[in-house]
Design a protein around this ligand. Structure first.
Ligand code: BES
Ligand code: ZN
Ligand code: ZN
Length: 494
């Protein structure tokens, strides 16, 4: 989609749909709408007066327009006092999908405002690009009589095109492209996205951006003692990959943030095999890894002044004659021994090597992992919220605020020592499960053991990384959750 910032008056511009937003409870139209309404013969005011259109958040309503602006697409913004950047992102997502349903090719958007032009334009661009996302890689051309409708041009009308507005446009485009790329690779079937394919995607992202990238294969992993990643990989015919990617945007010598991602390209559960229904979405068990790659991509594109290292443990978790088994004792990269109680609790196992690798090789100023780690976090928080586990209240607070800002919400979960006995093993240093309730907390305590004595946060994205129903700017399937959260957290949108 081609996106432009313009200063034209709304009705003077050629458009198939002109999107206008209204707050709930609007009695008299805002000044900026008066002229438009008059030109339309008062139909907007009438639709509101007759309660044909109630501007609840994400509600849309179509009116005939003029010869130039063919259709007027009203979108509800909800209550004015509750309006935020994310509500705008949602409203634009809803409106753009409605415009696409009307087969609009040319859309203009006018009359929206937020205190900052940068946030305004970024939210509009993200709402539009994320809202219109479709996953098309697996659709053959000959299955449909006519091509799916597509919005080709978007004009964002502003009183003035400021430098802030331009910055918002750039940030919005770069972000939406990264999130949609993350969605594509997360939606991609496991047969087409193996650990080697994930590494190739990472390379294709990193190299043109001048990022340093290294991928450790089976031989190197053996030589360097990645006992946990190798064990989970043992049942798979596809080799594992450990991806190391560095972004140096900050001062030389500034400690990096370590971003660690769970990269299970398929999680069948291993010998503790999953039931069929639970296995279906497990191609997306690499969503954490993809989000880490997506965030680094945005940081690089926006030249954010921060140093970051991304570390990704990637493998499949398959059953088979050579698979790792319950009762096995593994040796982690950092030297700790791990008792395998359940082979389906493999995420924490592969992450343990990556966390220990970060601790030993990077001296990070903080380590943050993203992982589709547990079903139990979905029980606790539902499908749309990320579980936040941290030993550092400052980091936790910043992540919480970043979630509020971006709409990728996170909620704090306890990490009290009272939970430590959940991972104590009789025969090894730790065990990976005790099969009791609130497994998401046991998993977090397990990870904490490997991160070293430094600020650590674990984000369990099992819920929001994949959704079963469409949302205003998220199509069902992979959402790309975590990208915008991490970029906001690392100061990328300031
Ligand atoms: N990848 C799953 C967690 C998951 C479940 C993500 C549902 C997204 C949706 C993870 O590897 C897993 O299987 N966890 C087990 C752990 C249990 C065996 C202790 C779980 O949550 O059931
Ligand atoms: Zn599992
Ligand atoms: Zn898993």
């Amino acid at each position: 989609m081609n996106i432009q910032l313009k200063t034209d008056t709304p009705l003077a511009l050629q458009a198939d749909s002109l999107i206008l937003g209204l707050f709930e409870g609007t009695k008299t139209l805002p000044d900026s709408f008066q002229l438009i309404d008059r030109a339309l013969g008062g139909t907007i005011a009438e639709a509101i007066a007759r309660k044909e259109f109630k501007p609840e958040l994400n509600e849309t309503f179509v009116l005939p327009g003029t010869r130039k602006a063919h259709r007027i697409l009203l979108v509800g913004l909800g209550e004015a006092e509750k309006f935020t950047q994310d509500r705008l992102r949602q409203a634009i997502g809803s409106a753009m999908k409605a415009a696409r349903d009307l087969r609009a090719k040319r859309v203009s958007i006018a009359g929206f405002s937020l205190p900052s032009d940068r946030e305004l334009v970024q939210a509009i661009v993200e709402g539009a690009e994320l809202g219109l996302y479709t996953y098309e890689e697996c659709q053959s051309k000959n299955n449909k009589d006519e091509p799916a409708p597509r919005v080709e041009h978007l004009a964002i009308l502003l009183p003035k095109v400021t430098a802030q507005a331009e910055a918002g446009l750039h940030a919005g485009i770069v972000t939406a492209e990264a999130v949609n790329w993350v969605r594509d690779i997360t939606n991609r079937p496991a047969g087409s996205l193996t650990p080697s394919d994930l590494a190739a995607e990472a390379r294709a992202m990193a190299e043109p951006r001048g990022l340093k990238i290294k991928v450790l294969g089976k031989k190197e992993l053996k030589a360097q003692g990645f006992g946990c990643l190798l064990a989970v990989n043992a049942g798979s015919t596809r080799p594992p990959a450990f991806i190391i990617i560095e972004y140096h945007g900050g001062k030389k010598g500034d400690k990096p943030y370590a971003l660690v991602g769970k990269g299970l390209t398929f999680d069948a559960g291993g010998l503790c095999i999953k039931p069929s229904a639970g296995m279906l979405e497990m191609k997306s068990d690499m969503a954490g890894a993809a989000a880490v790659l997506g965030a680094i991509r945005v940081l690089a594109d926006l030249r954010v002044p921060v140093n970051v290292v991304g570390l990704i443990s990637s493998t499949e978790n398959m059953p088979g004659p050579t698979a790792y088994k319950p009762g096995d004792i593994l040796k982690n990269y950092g030297g700790l021994t791990v008792e395998v109680v359940d082979t389906d609790a493999e995420g924490r196992v592969v992450l343990s090597d990556a966390l220990a690798y970060a601790d030993r090789n990077y001296d990070p100023r903080a380590t943050i992992d993203l992982a589709t780690l547990t079903g139990s976090i979905i029980v606790a928080l539902g499908p749309h919220v990320t579980g936040l586990f941290s030993n550092d209240s400052a980091i936790a607070d910043r992540l919480y605020q970043a979630g509020q800002k971006t709409g990728e919400r996170v909620w704090p979960m306890p990490m009290w020592d009272a939970y430590t006995d959940r991972i104590e093993s009789d025969i090894a240093d730790v065990k990976n499960s005790d099969h009791s309730k609130a497994d998401c907390i046991a998993a977090a305590k397990f990870l904490e053991k490997f991160a070293g004595k430094r600020p650590f946060a674990h984000l369990d994205i099992a819920g929001p990384s994949w959704i079963d129903d469409d949302r205003p700017y998220e199509l069902k399937g992979a959402t790309g959750h975590g990208v915008r959260l991490l970029v906001e957290f690392l100061g990328g949108y300031r």
